[in-house]
Ligand binder design. Structure first.
Ligand code: TRP
Length: 334
């Protein structure tokens, strides 16, 4: 039997991924590429909705690709590509827009939140149609599963609704995808504010571990992480959110259980513990950073990987698109 297919996308909005991106998403991508037929894309068209600086967008797209590769996404075991390289995304996106109700799209929380913040005059139509483009990303590849974070649940629901609507109107064309929502355990919090998710939009960067930051800077951030009162190294996310977050990071990166780590630190203080966490993080990220920089130093190699990825993705995507065009009544080009 053939392997189930997964598709996921990541926005190239930031230069460096942070530990939360890695443990929440990319690590899962790396695991899934072995058991699944995996398609991963850097969604540069989606990033346009936040009007990035052109030079930064181009750079960040390549930095994102290099980081994915350095973190273990392997083009021999998956299809890795840049969204704008496969034009069928825009083409199916339009079909999805024609299938979506205005009210339905207006109810998407991401659009609602942003339009409330900046107002109807300033919000771009791209933010409004963002979910339909994302539905196209997924449906073009007939994905069975879509690994995403909790915040993407509504987008997956809309994708399923659109697929069902299309299939019942025009005949079965799309696989109904399922969200593969990353578990709570993989959630990483801000080092300075351990009840808030680790995020680039935090007020201060001192709680953020960036993959491409220097080992020294990251070690320093971990050593100055907020801890809790008391002195026991014990997992308790209500009473000890700071220590629990560090335990999650330690455990996930070292592959050792939380209980085992707690045991090691019986009778020792927070200082020793933080030193050990810093070492695990730094040693884990050091080769990733080096490898990313090496990859960025060789644009010919990087371009070749992306060209191969776009060719593989394009073949699958254009097959789906041709079927869709035929079903909805567009005349085939002779
Ligand atoms: N909206 C997703 C995010 O912000 C990114 C994304 C775009 C995506 N297209 C996708 C994720 C397709 C999964 C599948 O995280």
């Amino acid at each position: 039997m053939s392997k189930p297919r997964v598709l996921s996308g990541i926005q190239p909005t930031n230069g460096s991924f942070h530990l939360g991106n890695y443990l929440g998403a990319v690590k899962q991508w790396v695991e899934l590429q072995e058991s699944h037929d995996a398609f991963y894309c850097v969604v540069d068209l989606h990033a346009l909705t936040s009007a990035p600086d052109p030079k930064e967008l181009r750079e960040n797209t390549l930095v994102s690709v290099a980081q994915l590769l350095a973190l273990g996404v392997d083009p021999e075991h998956c299809t890795l590509f840049v969204q704008s390289h496969v034009v069928a995304h825009n083409q199916l996106g339009w079909v999805m827009e024609c299938l979506t109700g205005f009210g339905e799209a207006s109810r998407m929380t991401q659009f609602k939140d942003k339009s409330q913040k900046v107002g109807n005059e300033r919000i771009g139509v791209g933010v409004f149609t963002y979910p339909m483009l994302m539905a196209a990303d997924i449906l073009l590849y007939q994905a069975d599963q879509v690994p995403v974070g909790e915040d993407q649940r509504q987008h997956i629901e809309l994708t399923r609704d659109l697929a069902t609507r299309f299939n019942s109107t025009y005949g079965k064309t799309f696989t109904l995808p399922e969200g593969f929502i990353v578990k709570e355990g993989a959630k990483i919090y801000d080092l300075q504010e351990p009840t808030a998710k680790m995020s680039k939009s935090a007020e201060s960067l001192s709680g953020l571990i960036e993959i491409l930051d220097t080992p020294e800077a990251n070690a320093k951030k971990i050593k100055s992480a907020v801890t809790d009162t008391g002195r026991e190294v014990r997992f308790d996310s209500t009473e000890k959110p700071g220590i629990s977050n560090l335990l999650t990071i330690f455990s996930t990166l070292s592959g050792r259980s939380i209980a085992e780590i707690e045991n090691d630190f019986v009778g020792k203080g927070y200082g020793d513990f933080k030193g050990a966490v810093a070492e695990v993080v730094v040693e884990y990220l050091r080769p990733v950073r080096t490898r990313t920089l090496e990859l960025l130093d060789d644009p010919t190699h990087l371009n070749l990987i992306l060209r191969t990825g776009a060719e593989k993705a394009g073949m699958v995507a254009s097959k789906t698109l041709a079927e869709v065009y035929e079903r909805i009544g567009l005349v085939a080009r002779g």
